[in-house]
Design a protein around this ligand. Structure first.
Ligand code: DQA
Length: 143
């Protein structure tokens, strides 16, 4: 299976960004860990990050008919973006939403995610391990 892993704004600064909330691992570390697990599970992984809403929308369009599943951490756009939700609604395969932090334990404005209306599963608060949990769950869904 082909899995596209998409990351939203500010996640390029993972490791430097509020490490007390998001940890010290960089996005490159997360990518390496996902690729290693993907290889173990026979998954072909594309890993991307975009600070722009439209960039994420276009990456979701590009996944149509290509990827078997999407893992997305929409970051702040989770809480604002109908456009990302609409794009995901045109993707035919399973979608797993990942948040490094437990958004339900944080500010009220983080507790609603537009993307959750489309996601087959939502993983929040497991740290960067959430991406690997999402890969394992996708493997089950696609088996
Ligand atoms: C986040 C949570 C969002 O509220 C925040 O805007 C992020 C990261 C997470 O991974 O915990 O940028 O999606």
């Amino acid at each position: 299976p082909i899995i596209h892993i998409l990351n939203g704004p500010n996640l390029n600064l993972l490791g430097q960004r509020q490490p007390e909330i998001y940890g010290r691992e960089t996005l490159a570390d997360v990518e390496d860990a996902c690729r290693a697990l993907g290889q173990e599970m026979g998954m072909d992984i594309t890993f991307a990050q975009d600070n722009f809403e439209g960039g994420l929308v276009e990456r979701i369009h590009a996944a149509r008919g290509v990827a078997d599943g999407i893992i997305i951490n929409p970051a702040a756009y989770s809480h604002t973006s109908v456009a990302i939700l609409d794009a995901l609604n045109m993707f035919e395969g399973p979608v797993i939403e990942v948040h490094i932090s437990n958004i339900h334990k944080r500010e009220a404005f983080r507790q609603h995610s537009y993307v959750s209306a489309r996601a087959d599963a939502v993983i929040a608060g497991a740290g960067t391990h959430g991406y690997r949990l999402a890969l394992r769950h996708l493997a089950e869904l696609l088996a």
